[in-house]
Design a binder for this molecule. Structure first.
Ligand SMILES: Nc1ncnc2c1ncn2[C@@H]1O[C@H](COP(=O)(O)OP(=O)(O)OP(=O)(O)O)[C@@H](O)[C@H]1O
Ligand SMILES: [Mg+2]
Length: 299
């Protein structure tokens, strides 16, 4: 996958990943590859599969068991949100899924293949957005970084950069440096980098936590739009229960310590979703309450 610095390989930084189709950019941050790769999914095989995943951190003070046993699948083109109390192991799970952390037992698969390092077809937007951008590069150059690994014409590369920045509301900030931007703007640059990369699988860790409510709604809808447009599979960790219900095809609730899957809820609201009408549905309130109660019990 693609790291935030746009480098490829196993660098545990934040950025976007790449898709498997034709190109080779890897990163764990915020980018992606072309949407065409979704078609490459192996028929009948989940895009992502987590089977009996266990994670124990080995520290100087001894073993820290964080994840006891997680099993769930994510189908190609699905949006799946992962929720659970703070410290339950959500970021740890994403790091295992994106090959940035080793797995103690069990397995994580992408298109049926074990994930043993950052997969090229993935992009990750990290929770710590301040660490995901290169401070010495302008906004445009940060977004361009992972695209260098893709075989794109210069025109297409520049078009992807400008449309991604436009989509996250950063048109006009192209020549600014990250340190000249607010936290929310920096996070939007990280998201733009992921969008421009167009990975097959976009993994985001609390991506909208630092943006204002209006921008958050816009970015949520942007996620659904790029999923529809490029056939991306999207996995998002969020603390916002309404956001999880609004965005998801399924919500995976984590509980207990070390973590297990407490419940997987199917969310079958019609598509396209709408911030006002979908959130006003009676079923929306019921699901929100159900998720809230599950998290409260888990906490
Ligand atoms: N590298 C590490 N070494 C040892 N323990 C770690 C490491 N990274 C995380 N942990 C521990 O694992 C547990 C889960 O952390 P993690 O960051 O995955 O939780 P989280 O669910 O993402 O929390 P939050 O919602 O606050 O972001 C915590 O107790 C944390 O201290
Ligand atoms: Mg976290």
């Amino acid at each position: 996958m693609t790291t935030p610095n746009g480098t490829t390989g196993n660098t545990p930084t934040s950025t976007t990943g790449t898709s498997t189709t034709s190109n080779t950019s890897t990163s764990t941050g915020t980018t992606g590859t072309t949407g065409t790769t979704a078609a490459a999914a192996v028929a009948g095989t989940p895009r992502l599969s987590v089977q009996g995943l266990q994670k124990i951190y080995d520290t100087k003070k001894g073993e820290v068991p964080v994840i006891a046993d997680l099993t769930f699948d994510v189908q190609a083109g699905e949006v799946v949100c992962i929720v659970g109390p703070s410290g339950i192991g959500k970021t740890t799970l994403l790091k295992c899924l994106t090959g940035l952390q080793s797995i103690t037992a069990g397995v994580a698969l992408i298109d049926g293949k074990p994930i043993e390092g950052p997969p090229e077809e993935m992009a990750l937007v990290f929770q710590e957005y301040t660490r995901s951008l290169m401070p010495w590069l302008t906004v445009t150059k940060n977004v361009r970084l992972p695209l260098k690994h893709l075989r794109l014409s210069q025109a297409e590369r520049e078009e992807r950069i400008s449309s991604a920045l436009q989509a996250v509301g950063l048109a006009g900030a192209e020549q600014k440096y990250p340190w000249q931007l607010s936290g929310g703007m920096q996070q939007r640059v990280a998201i733009a980098r992921a969008i421009a990369y167009r990975p097959e699988v976009l993994v985001m860790d609390e991506p909208f936590a630092s943006v204002d409510a209006q921008t958050r709604f816009e970015l949520e809808d942007l996620c659904l739009q790029i999923r529809d447009q490029f056939g991306m599979t999207i996995v998002i960790v969020t603390h916002d229960i309404d956001e999880a219900v609004y965005l998801s095809d399924r919500v995976v609730v984590l509980g207990e310590r070390p973590a297990r899957v407490t419940r997987i809820l199917d969310i079958d609201f019609d598509s396209p979703r709408d911030q006002i009408t979908t959130r006003s549905l009676p079923g929306f309130a019921e699901l929100r309450t159900e998720v809230f109660e599950l998290i409260r019990k888990a906490g």
